[in-house]
Design a protein around this ligand. Structure first.
Ligand SMILES: C[S@@+](CC[C@H](N)C(=O)[O-])C[C@H]1O[C@@H](n2cnc3c(N)ncnc32)[C@H](O)[C@@H]1O
Length: 204
């Protein structure tokens, strides 16, 4: 499970393709995030959508009154999402940023990561945990959606890493309390939808 994987050149991908054709494109707010926000009674908080890609999650959160910053490694992804958000009249702070070497200097009530963490190789995970923890306010949350170990469709050296709940605990416990890890699906254009974990972590 921990062998090196191959991933697209993200910037090239966003230059070449229409975001709506991307497997992870989901115009609606992720239902697992929606449920978690309701359960935790989070309204109008500040939030970072990291690895925002098409920006649909950032836009859906902004429409619900959250104050959103959205970042991605790809400058083109950010440009495309910003254009759509402006057409919709949404006020979102967009920024090209590599989460592993982030230049953000702000802390958020929560960070949402839907599909970014699971592309990082095992040796970069400690950097990810350190940076993301530094971006979350004390007692704030990280909502993480990543592929699940139950996903068996993409064997071989391509595709996101897949995680067991106990691995999430192992990787994040130095900085976060893992409140819940739920087996779910990754909502998008994939048919059948890929198996995913939705994790609620609170900064310790
Ligand atoms: C599977 S896509 C998910 C996009 C979006 N979160 C969504 O749910 O539609 C993963 C995203 O992570 C971005 N990404 C990859 N490496 C990154 C990095 N080091 N820092 C920030 N974003 C990164 C990619 O450009 C891509 O948009």
């Amino acid at each position: 499970m921990n062998q090196q994987r191959e991933f697209p050149d993200w910037e090239q991908l966003y230059q070449d393709k229409n975001v709506e054709s991307m497997p992870w494109f989901n115009p609606d707010l992720d239902p697992d995030l929606d449920q978690a926000l309701t359960q935790l009674n989070l309204h109008s908080s500040t939030a970072l959508d990291l690895g925002t890609g098409p920006g649909t999650q950032a836009m859906a959160l902004a429409q619900r009154g959250f104050k959103i910053t959205a970042t991605d490694l790809s400058a083109t992804a950010i440009k495309k999402a910003q254009t759509i958000a402006e057409e919709k009249g949404l006020d979102i702070s967009w920024k090209q940023d590599d989460i592993l070497n982030s230049t953000l200097n702000q802390q958020f009530d929560f960070v949402f990561d839907r599909g970014c963490f699971h592309v990082f190789s095992p040796d970069r995970r400690p950097d990810y945990v350190r940076v993301v923890a530094s971006l979350v306010k004390p007692n704030g949350y990280l909502f993480l959606k990543c592929f699940s170990h139950l996903q068996i469709h993409e064997e071989g050296s391509y595709g996101p890493y897949r995680f067991r709940p106990e691995e999430i605990e192992e990787i994040f416990s130095s900085q976060f309390n893992v409140l819940s890890v739920k087996e779910t699906i990754y909502h998008g254009n994939m048919s059948p939808p890929r198996r995913a974990l939705f994790c609620v972590l609170q900064k310790s």
